[in-house]
Design a protein around this ligand. Structure first.
Ligand code: SF4
Length: 413
């Protein structure tokens, strides 16, 4: 590997990390250095530098790889062994110095660190842990740390990562075991799930210990997350929703991230030539929200998919579900149960809570609902108010179709 200065390494290793979507810093404990001790804070302050990945995601962490060299050959990965990319590698000291220096300049709120596998899974994991240990113990860094762990590494090393990091992620990578076998033959779904189960147990044990002993060590207080690549294999949205539901249920995950597969330079021939529409990724996030915040069971979300198991791209999954199950509507805003109000397309959780609180004092009109929603036109067919009752929702086959946006014609077309 040619000798590179830190700036050149940063260019390569920050660029290589942009393919990872799982880096949101939500959900951690509050920790600051306002008492004059240590450095950093998990609160976002002013002046944080936001970087944008090419597909528009906002990144406010120093998001880098320790190295983009790798002994594995996952087909979908730009850093795979057979990829013809420029390689670079940071030392653990360099990552620590960069993080502190970016933090002091108020560019970032923390660190997201991942790595290709060098030498062995254990060796790589040791290096990742050493960065976090040094930041926490040598420099009393109190900012946010998200570590990507390597499922094949010794469970004790993964545990060490949890002692220093706010969030841990272990990527399942592909939604199906067959997809993983085909596109990442050196990885094993069983080993990935074993590592996730170990992490989940440790997080729950620590949370339990914290209830009894304030001095119990902290352990990944922002929980664990994972990422699935969408569109690199034949998995349908229905497969993906059902896999995500299983992961939430089995491993107590904070988040599943969905990352639309991006064709990479020098791509393997087994990959599709085109990326899936970004809207597909968006629809999967909306489906995820339906399960986590709107009380939909995984099977119900899957019911919103079309006959090919795919979410419609033209309308959101909540509207798609409502149109398939029209018999469940309209819902009376003055008497309907909260769980049914949550199913009304266009009503968010906050709007529903406000409706439930306001109707205790008086009967709500359509205008009241209009003040709580962005699009009254969207919610109107699905609800009853004191002065409103829709007609024949079940007959309106074209209800779902939003009017196409007006197009500027070309003068010299
Ligand atoms: S192990 Fe990680 S870095 Fe290495 S090729 Fe696979 S996905 Fe890429």
């Amino acid at each position: 590997m040619a000798q590179l200065d830190t700036r050149a390494k940063l260019e390569i290793l920050a660029d290589a990390a942009k393919y990872d979507a799982s880096c949101a810093s939500s959900g951690s404990v509050k920790r600051t250095s306002r008492d004059g001790k240590g450095i950093g804070s998990t609160d976002s302050g002013m002046g944080i530098c936001h970087a944008y990945a090419p597909d528009g995601r906002c990144i406010s962490l120093l998001k880098i790889l320790l190295t983009n060299s790798c002994i594995f050959d996952c087909h979908y990965c730009i850093n795979r062994k057979s990829s013809n990319v420029r390689r670079a590698r940071f030392t653990t000291d360099e990552v620590v110095r960069l993080t502190l220096s970016f933090y002091r300049r108020n560019y970032i709120e923390g660190l997201f660190l991942s790595s290709g596998i060098i030498g062995s899974s254990n060796y790589t994991m040791e290096q990742i842990v050493e960065v976090a240990r040094s930041l926490r113990e040598d420099h009393e860094f109190r900012g946010y740390i998200h570590l990507k762990t390597i499922p094949d590494a010794d469970p004790e090393l993964i545990h060490q990562a949890g002692l220093h990091a706010d969030r841990i992620s272990i990527n399942v990578e592909l939604p199906t075991a067959s997809g993983l076998k085909r596109l990442a033959p050196e990885k094993s779904q069983d080993r990935i799930e074993d590592a996730m189960a170990g992490m989940s147990d440790a997080i729950l044990d620590t949370a339990d210990a914290k209830k009894h002993y304030r001095s119990a060590p902290r352990f990944a207080p922002a929980g664990q997350s994972t990422q699935m690549i969408v569109g690199a294999d034949a998995a349908t949205d229905r497969d993906i929703v059902s896999r995500a539901a299983g992961l939430y249920g089995s491993f107590n995950l904070k988040r599943v991230y969905y990352s639309a597969f991006s064709p990479i330079p020098d791509a393997s021939a087994v990959l599709p030539l085109q990326r899936p529409p970004l809207m597909r990724e968006h629809r999967l996030y909306q489906s995820d929200w339906l399960m986590r915040f709107y009380g939909f069971k995984p099977g119900e979300v899957a019911d919103a998919a079309d006959d090919n198991g795919m979410m419609r791209l033209d309308i959101d999954p909540k509207l798609a579900w409502a149109l398939k199950f029209r018999g469940a509507f309209p819902v009376d805003v003055n008497t309907g149960p909260r769980e049914m109000l949550l199913r009304v397309p266009g009503l968010g959780t906050r709007a529903v809570d406000k409706i439930v609180a306001a109707r205790r004092g008086r009967r709500l009109t359509l205008a009241d609902i209009g003040r709580l929603t962005v699009s009254l036109a969207k919610v109107r067919p699905f609800l009853i108010a004191s002065d409103w009752r829709p007609v024949a929702l079940a007959d309106k086959a074209d209800l779902q179709l939003p009017k196409p946006a007006a197009k500027q014609m070309e003068l010299f077309g």
